[in-house]
Design a protein around this ligand. Sequence first.
Ligand code: SAH
Length: 352
Amino acid sequence: MSQQGSLADIFRRLIGSTGPISLMHFMGESNARYYSDRDPFGDEGDFVTAPEISQMFGELIGLWLADLWIQAGRTEPVHYVELGPGRGYLARDAGRAMRRYGLAPRQHLVEGSTRLRDVQLQQVPEAVFHNDLSSVPMQGPILLVANEFLDALPVRQLVMTELGWREVMVGLENDEFTLMAGQQAMDSAVPEARREAELGTIIETCPGAAAVMFEVAGRLVNQGGVALFVDYGHSEPRAGSTLQAVRAHEKRDPLASPGEADLSAHVDFEQMKQIALSREARWMGTVTQGEWLTSLGIHQRTESLSEFAPQHAEALASARDRLIDPDQMGTLFKVMGLSAPDWPQGAGFEIG
Ligand code: SAH
Protein backbone atom coordinates (compact mmCIF):
# COMPACT_ATOMS: atom_id res chain seq x y z
CA MET A 1 0.00 0.00 0.00
CA SER A 2 1.18 3.47 -0.80
CA GLN A 3 2.11 6.14 1.72
CA GLN A 4 -0.87 8.19 0.60
CA GLY A 5 -3.33 5.68 2.09
CA SER A 6 -5.57 3.43 0.08
CA LEU A 7 -7.39 5.01 -2.82
CA ALA A 8 -10.58 3.29 -1.65
CA ASP A 9 -10.37 5.27 1.63
CA ILE A 10 -9.69 8.51 -0.22
CA PHE A 11 -12.72 7.90 -2.47
CA ARG A 12 -14.90 7.02 0.55
CA ARG A 13 -14.00 10.28 2.27
CA LEU A 14 -14.50 12.28 -0.91
CA ILE A 15 -17.88 10.73 -1.69
CA GLY A 16 -18.89 11.03 1.98
CA SER A 17 -18.21 14.75 2.01
CA THR A 18 -19.14 15.91 -1.51
CA GLY A 19 -21.36 13.14 -2.92
CA PRO A 20 -20.92 10.64 -5.77
CA ILE A 21 -18.02 11.07 -8.22
CA SER A 22 -18.19 10.34 -11.92
CA LEU A 23 -17.16 6.89 -13.13
CA MET A 24 -14.62 8.69 -15.35
CA HIS A 25 -13.04 10.31 -12.29
CA PHE A 26 -13.00 6.94 -10.51
CA MET A 27 -11.32 5.18 -13.44
CA GLY A 28 -8.79 7.95 -14.11
CA GLU A 29 -7.62 8.14 -10.49
CA SER A 30 -7.61 4.35 -10.15
CA ASN A 31 -5.32 3.83 -13.12
CA ALA A 32 -3.03 6.72 -12.19
CA ARG A 33 -2.54 5.10 -8.78
CA TYR A 34 -2.34 1.59 -10.21
CA TYR A 35 0.47 2.37 -12.68
CA SER A 36 2.38 4.62 -10.29
CA ASP A 37 2.66 1.93 -7.63
CA ARG A 38 3.82 -1.14 -9.52
CA ASP A 39 5.11 -2.95 -12.57
CA PRO A 40 1.92 -4.90 -13.31
CA PHE A 41 3.15 -6.89 -16.30
CA GLY A 42 4.16 -10.51 -16.82
CA ASP A 43 3.09 -13.90 -15.53
CA GLU A 44 3.68 -12.93 -11.87
CA GLY A 45 1.87 -9.62 -12.36
CA ASP A 46 -1.69 -8.85 -13.40
CA PHE A 47 -1.62 -9.14 -17.20
CA VAL A 48 0.60 -9.98 -20.16
CA THR A 49 0.80 -7.83 -23.28
CA ALA A 50 1.92 -8.61 -26.84
CA PRO A 51 5.48 -7.18 -26.58
CA GLU A 52 6.10 -9.48 -23.62
CA ILE A 53 4.74 -12.54 -25.36
CA SER A 54 7.32 -12.34 -28.11
CA GLN A 55 10.10 -10.13 -29.45
CA MET A 56 8.56 -10.74 -32.89
CA PHE A 57 5.79 -8.26 -32.11
CA GLY A 58 8.14 -5.29 -31.67
CA GLU A 59 10.44 -6.41 -34.45
CA LEU A 60 7.65 -6.56 -37.01
CA ILE A 61 6.46 -3.11 -35.95
CA GLY A 62 10.03 -1.81 -36.29
CA LEU A 63 10.28 -3.27 -39.80
CA TRP A 64 6.94 -1.77 -40.74
CA LEU A 65 8.09 1.68 -39.60
CA ALA A 66 11.49 1.37 -41.33
CA ASP A 67 9.85 0.35 -44.60
CA LEU A 68 7.63 3.44 -44.56
CA TRP A 69 10.44 5.79 -43.55
CA ILE A 70 12.63 4.50 -46.40
CA GLN A 71 9.81 4.80 -48.93
CA ALA A 72 9.09 8.33 -47.72
CA GLY A 73 12.68 9.43 -48.39
CA ARG A 74 14.58 8.82 -45.12
CA THR A 75 13.79 12.21 -43.61
CA GLU A 76 15.90 13.33 -40.63
CA PRO A 77 15.38 14.19 -37.87
CA VAL A 78 12.71 11.60 -37.22
CA HIS A 79 11.10 10.72 -33.91
CA TYR A 80 9.96 7.37 -32.58
CA VAL A 81 7.15 8.18 -30.16
CA GLU A 82 5.56 5.54 -27.98
CA LEU A 83 2.53 6.12 -25.79
CA GLY A 84 2.40 4.09 -22.55
CA PRO A 85 5.45 1.87 -23.18
CA GLY A 86 4.92 -0.48 -20.22
CA ARG A 87 8.18 -2.32 -19.66
CA GLY A 88 9.81 -0.84 -22.77
CA TYR A 89 10.11 -4.15 -24.65
CA LEU A 90 8.30 -2.91 -27.75
CA ALA A 91 10.54 0.20 -27.98
CA ARG A 92 13.61 -2.00 -27.52
CA ASP A 93 12.63 -4.64 -30.10
CA ALA A 94 11.34 -2.13 -32.66
CA GLY A 95 14.50 -0.04 -32.14
CA ARG A 96 16.72 -3.03 -32.87
CA ALA A 97 14.81 -3.86 -36.07
CA MET A 98 14.80 -0.24 -37.27
CA ARG A 99 18.55 0.15 -36.77
CA ARG A 100 19.17 -2.76 -39.14
CA TYR A 101 17.70 -0.56 -41.85
CA GLY A 102 19.66 2.54 -40.95
CA LEU A 103 16.77 4.07 -39.02
CA ALA A 104 17.87 5.33 -35.61
CA PRO A 105 15.18 7.80 -34.53
CA ARG A 106 15.17 9.72 -31.28
CA GLN A 107 13.09 7.74 -28.84
CA HIS A 108 10.36 9.63 -27.04
CA LEU A 109 8.42 7.74 -24.42
CA VAL A 110 5.15 9.21 -23.17
CA GLU A 111 4.75 7.68 -19.72
CA GLY A 112 2.91 8.99 -16.69
CA SER A 113 4.38 6.60 -14.13
CA THR A 114 7.85 7.38 -12.72
CA ARG A 115 8.06 3.81 -11.52
CA LEU A 116 7.61 2.49 -15.08
CA ARG A 117 10.00 5.12 -16.51
CA ASP A 118 12.77 3.46 -14.48
CA VAL A 119 11.86 0.07 -15.90
CA GLN A 120 11.74 1.49 -19.46
CA LEU A 121 15.16 3.13 -19.12
CA GLN A 122 16.71 -0.29 -18.63
CA GLN A 123 15.50 -1.29 -22.11
CA VAL A 124 15.87 2.09 -23.83
CA PRO A 125 18.73 3.98 -22.17
CA GLU A 126 18.50 6.88 -24.63
CA ALA A 127 14.81 7.51 -24.01
CA VAL A 128 13.48 11.03 -23.58
CA PHE A 129 10.38 11.02 -21.36
CA HIS A 130 7.21 13.06 -21.70
CA ASN A 131 4.09 13.33 -19.54
CA ASP A 132 1.96 13.83 -22.61
CA LEU A 133 2.35 14.60 -26.29
CA SER A 134 2.58 18.36 -25.87
CA SER A 135 6.36 18.37 -25.23
CA VAL A 136 7.26 16.00 -28.11
CA PRO A 137 9.17 18.01 -30.79
CA MET A 138 7.10 19.64 -33.52
CA GLN A 139 9.83 19.40 -36.18
CA GLY A 140 10.43 16.22 -38.16
CA PRO A 141 8.12 13.29 -38.86
CA ILE A 142 6.85 11.09 -36.03
CA LEU A 143 6.70 7.30 -36.07
CA LEU A 144 4.16 6.80 -33.32
CA VAL A 145 3.19 3.52 -31.70
CA ALA A 146 0.68 2.81 -28.93
CA ASN A 147 -0.05 -0.73 -27.75
CA GLU A 148 -2.76 -1.11 -25.12
CA PHE A 149 -2.58 2.58 -24.26
CA LEU A 150 -5.97 3.96 -25.32
CA ASP A 151 -7.82 1.24 -23.39
CA ALA A 152 -6.33 2.52 -20.12
CA LEU A 153 -7.72 6.05 -20.52
CA PRO A 154 -10.83 6.79 -18.46
CA VAL A 155 -14.26 6.41 -20.05
CA ARG A 156 -17.37 8.43 -19.44
CA GLN A 157 -20.68 6.61 -19.35
CA LEU A 158 -24.13 8.06 -19.84
CA VAL A 159 -27.24 6.08 -18.93
CA MET A 160 -30.85 6.49 -20.04
CA THR A 161 -33.08 6.89 -16.98
CA GLU A 162 -36.75 7.76 -16.50
CA LEU A 163 -35.63 11.37 -16.20
CA GLY A 164 -33.53 11.30 -19.37
CA TRP A 165 -29.78 10.89 -19.91
CA ARG A 166 -27.58 11.03 -16.81
CA GLU A 167 -23.89 10.48 -16.19
CA VAL A 168 -22.94 7.20 -14.49
CA MET A 169 -21.53 8.00 -11.06
CA VAL A 170 -19.91 6.05 -8.25
CA GLY A 171 -21.52 6.45 -4.83
CA LEU A 172 -21.58 4.52 -1.59
CA GLU A 173 -24.12 2.07 -0.26
CA ASN A 174 -23.33 0.49 3.11
CA ASP A 175 -19.75 1.64 2.62
CA GLU A 176 -19.43 -0.28 -0.69
CA PHE A 177 -18.89 1.49 -4.01
CA THR A 178 -21.91 1.31 -6.23
CA LEU A 179 -22.94 2.72 -9.61
CA MET A 180 -25.75 5.26 -9.72
CA ALA A 181 -27.19 7.85 -12.07
CA GLY A 182 -26.08 11.44 -11.55
CA GLN A 183 -28.42 14.33 -10.67
CA GLN A 184 -27.66 16.49 -13.67
CA ALA A 185 -29.45 16.25 -17.02
CA MET A 186 -26.97 15.14 -19.70
CA ASP A 187 -29.27 14.95 -22.74
CA SER A 188 -27.36 17.62 -24.61
CA ALA A 189 -24.19 15.48 -24.39
CA VAL A 190 -25.84 12.71 -26.44
CA PRO A 191 -25.87 13.08 -30.24
CA GLU A 192 -29.44 13.68 -31.43
CA ALA A 193 -29.52 10.48 -33.47
CA ARG A 194 -28.93 8.41 -30.32
CA ARG A 195 -31.06 10.37 -27.86
CA GLU A 196 -34.10 8.08 -28.06
CA ALA A 197 -33.16 4.90 -26.27
CA GLU A 198 -34.54 2.24 -23.99
CA LEU A 199 -34.27 2.66 -20.24
CA GLY A 200 -30.89 1.50 -19.01
CA THR A 201 -29.07 2.03 -22.32
CA ILE A 202 -25.46 3.02 -21.73
CA ILE A 203 -23.31 5.11 -24.04
CA GLU A 204 -19.60 4.94 -23.30
CA THR A 205 -17.09 7.43 -24.68
CA CYS A 206 -13.43 8.12 -24.01
CA PRO A 207 -12.66 11.85 -24.17
CA GLY A 208 -8.95 11.20 -23.48
CA ALA A 209 -8.60 8.81 -26.42
CA ALA A 210 -10.41 11.30 -28.65
CA ALA A 211 -8.01 14.06 -27.56
CA VAL A 212 -4.97 11.87 -28.24
CA MET A 213 -6.27 11.00 -31.70
CA PHE A 214 -6.96 14.65 -32.50
CA GLU A 215 -3.41 15.63 -31.52
CA VAL A 216 -1.69 12.71 -33.27
CA ALA A 217 -3.62 13.19 -36.53
CA GLY A 218 -2.87 16.93 -36.51
CA ARG A 219 0.83 16.24 -36.00
CA LEU A 220 0.90 13.70 -38.84
CA VAL A 221 -0.52 16.31 -41.19
CA ASN A 222 1.87 19.04 -39.99
CA GLN A 223 5.06 17.05 -39.36
CA GLY A 224 4.68 13.96 -41.54
CA GLY A 225 4.96 10.39 -40.36
CA VAL A 226 2.79 7.44 -39.40
CA ALA A 227 0.96 6.13 -36.35
CA LEU A 228 -0.01 2.65 -35.29
CA PHE A 229 -2.61 1.98 -32.60
CA VAL A 230 -2.97 -1.58 -31.36
CA ASP A 231 -5.67 -2.31 -28.84
CA TYR A 232 -8.65 -4.40 -28.03
CA GLY A 233 -11.90 -2.97 -29.21
CA HIS A 234 -14.63 -2.83 -31.78
CA SER A 235 -14.92 -1.33 -35.23
CA GLU A 236 -18.68 -0.67 -35.19
CA PRO A 237 -20.29 1.78 -32.76
CA ARG A 238 -22.26 0.03 -30.06
CA ALA A 239 -24.03 0.64 -26.81
CA GLY A 240 -23.20 -0.78 -23.39
CA SER A 241 -20.44 -0.76 -20.83
CA THR A 242 -17.12 -2.40 -21.69
CA LEU A 243 -15.36 -1.38 -18.50
CA GLN A 244 -13.42 -4.23 -16.96
CA ALA A 245 -10.92 -4.82 -14.20
CA VAL A 246 -8.10 -7.36 -14.30
CA ARG A 247 -5.98 -8.48 -11.40
CA ALA A 248 -3.70 -11.51 -11.30
CA HIS A 249 -4.92 -12.51 -14.80
CA GLU A 250 -8.56 -12.64 -13.71
CA LYS A 251 -11.51 -10.39 -14.32
CA ARG A 252 -12.71 -8.60 -11.20
CA ASP A 253 -15.47 -6.22 -10.19
CA PRO A 254 -14.22 -2.84 -11.53
CA LEU A 255 -15.40 -1.04 -8.37
CA ALA A 256 -14.01 -3.50 -5.83
CA SER A 257 -10.45 -2.31 -5.36
CA PRO A 258 -9.63 1.06 -6.93
CA GLY A 259 -5.93 1.50 -7.63
CA GLU A 260 -5.24 -2.22 -7.15
CA ALA A 261 -6.56 -3.62 -10.43
CA ASP A 262 -6.07 -2.54 -14.05
CA LEU A 263 -9.18 -0.82 -15.38
CA SER A 264 -9.69 -0.73 -19.12
CA ALA A 265 -12.39 -0.37 -21.74
CA HIS A 266 -12.77 -1.26 -25.41
CA VAL A 267 -11.44 1.24 -27.90
CA ASP A 268 -14.00 2.62 -30.34
CA PHE A 269 -11.91 2.36 -33.52
CA GLU A 270 -14.63 3.76 -35.72
CA GLN A 271 -14.70 6.97 -33.71
CA MET A 272 -10.87 7.11 -33.70
CA LYS A 273 -10.91 6.82 -37.49
CA GLN A 274 -13.50 9.60 -37.86
CA ILE A 275 -11.45 11.95 -35.67
CA ALA A 276 -8.29 11.25 -37.69
CA LEU A 277 -10.15 11.85 -40.96
CA SER A 278 -11.62 15.10 -39.63
CA ARG A 279 -8.04 16.35 -39.25
CA GLU A 280 -7.26 15.20 -42.79
CA ALA A 281 -4.80 12.53 -41.78
CA ARG A 282 -4.89 9.36 -43.87
CA TRP A 283 -6.52 6.28 -42.41
CA MET A 284 -4.64 3.24 -43.73
CA GLY A 285 -7.14 0.78 -42.33
CA THR A 286 -8.17 -1.11 -39.20
CA VAL A 287 -7.53 -4.85 -39.32
CA THR A 288 -7.30 -7.61 -36.75
CA GLN A 289 -3.95 -8.21 -35.07
CA GLY A 290 -3.93 -11.75 -36.48
CA GLU A 291 -4.35 -10.55 -40.07
CA TRP A 292 -1.84 -7.77 -39.67
CA LEU A 293 0.96 -9.85 -38.13
CA THR A 294 0.35 -12.61 -40.65
CA SER A 295 0.65 -10.30 -43.62
CA LEU A 296 3.80 -8.79 -42.12
CA GLY A 297 5.38 -12.24 -42.09
CA ILE A 298 5.11 -13.55 -38.53
CA HIS A 299 5.13 -17.14 -39.85
CA GLN A 300 8.37 -16.62 -41.78
CA ARG A 301 9.89 -14.81 -38.80
CA THR A 302 8.93 -17.71 -36.49
CA GLU A 303 10.57 -20.17 -38.87
CA SER A 304 13.80 -18.27 -39.25
CA LEU A 305 14.14 -17.74 -35.49
CA SER A 306 13.42 -21.46 -34.98
CA GLU A 307 16.11 -22.48 -37.46
CA PHE A 308 18.52 -20.28 -35.58
CA ALA A 309 17.49 -21.70 -32.18
CA PRO A 310 15.75 -25.07 -32.66
CA GLN A 311 15.53 -25.55 -28.88
CA HIS A 312 13.09 -22.60 -28.79
CA ALA A 313 10.99 -23.67 -31.79
CA GLU A 314 8.05 -24.83 -29.68
CA ALA A 315 8.00 -21.72 -27.51
CA LEU A 316 8.22 -19.50 -30.59
CA ALA A 317 5.30 -21.25 -32.26
CA SER A 318 3.16 -21.01 -29.17
CA ALA A 319 3.99 -17.30 -28.72
CA ARG A 320 3.03 -16.70 -32.36
CA ASP A 321 -0.25 -18.55 -31.85
CA ARG A 322 -1.05 -16.47 -28.79
CA LEU A 323 -0.62 -13.31 -30.85
CA ILE A 324 -2.60 -14.37 -33.93
CA ASP A 325 -5.09 -17.13 -33.09
CA PRO A 326 -8.70 -15.94 -33.31
CA ASP A 327 -9.52 -17.43 -29.90
CA GLN A 328 -6.51 -15.76 -28.29
CA MET A 329 -5.43 -12.19 -29.18
CA GLY A 330 -5.79 -12.48 -32.96
CA THR A 331 -9.32 -11.19 -33.44
CA LEU A 332 -10.18 -9.13 -30.37
CA PHE A 333 -7.12 -6.95 -30.89
CA LYS A 334 -7.17 -4.51 -33.78
CA VAL A 335 -4.42 -2.58 -35.50
CA MET A 336 -5.20 0.86 -36.91
CA GLY A 337 -2.71 2.65 -39.16
CA LEU A 338 -2.69 6.40 -39.83
CA SER A 339 -0.30 8.55 -41.82
CA ALA A 340 0.37 11.97 -43.22
CA PRO A 341 -1.53 12.35 -46.51
CA ASP A 342 1.68 12.23 -48.56
CA TRP A 343 3.24 9.22 -46.82
CA PRO A 344 2.99 5.78 -48.45
CA GLN A 345 0.39 3.16 -47.56
CA GLY A 346 1.67 0.77 -44.90
CA ALA A 347 2.05 -2.98 -45.35
CA GLY A 348 -0.76 -5.09 -43.91
CA PHE A 349 -3.55 -2.60 -44.63
CA GLU A 350 -4.29 -3.52 -48.23
CA ILE A 351 -7.78 -4.53 -47.14
CA GLY A 352 -8.49 -1.12 -45.62
N1 SAH B 1 2.31 -0.64 -24.12
C1 SAH B 1 2.68 -1.46 -22.99
C2 SAH B 1 1.89 -1.15 -21.71
C3 SAH B 1 0.40 -1.03 -21.77
S1 SAH B 1 -0.30 -0.64 -20.20
C4 SAH B 1 2.58 -2.91 -23.37
O1 SAH B 1 1.98 -3.20 -24.38
O2 SAH B 1 3.13 -3.75 -22.67
C5 SAH B 1 -0.63 1.08 -20.28
C6 SAH B 1 0.58 1.99 -20.24
O3 SAH B 1 0.13 3.34 -20.38
C7 SAH B 1 1.41 1.97 -18.98
O4 SAH B 1 2.76 2.17 -19.33
C8 SAH B 1 0.85 3.16 -18.20
O5 SAH B 1 1.71 3.64 -17.20
C9 SAH B 1 0.62 4.15 -19.30
N2 SAH B 1 -0.42 5.15 -19.06
C10 SAH B 1 -1.71 4.91 -18.70
N3 SAH B 1 -2.41 6.06 -18.62
C11 SAH B 1 -1.55 7.05 -18.96
C12 SAH B 1 -1.68 8.47 -19.08
N4 SAH B 1 -2.83 9.09 -18.84
N5 SAH B 1 -0.58 9.18 -19.47
C13 SAH B 1 0.58 8.55 -19.74
N6 SAH B 1 0.77 7.21 -19.64
C14 SAH B 1 -0.28 6.48 -19.25
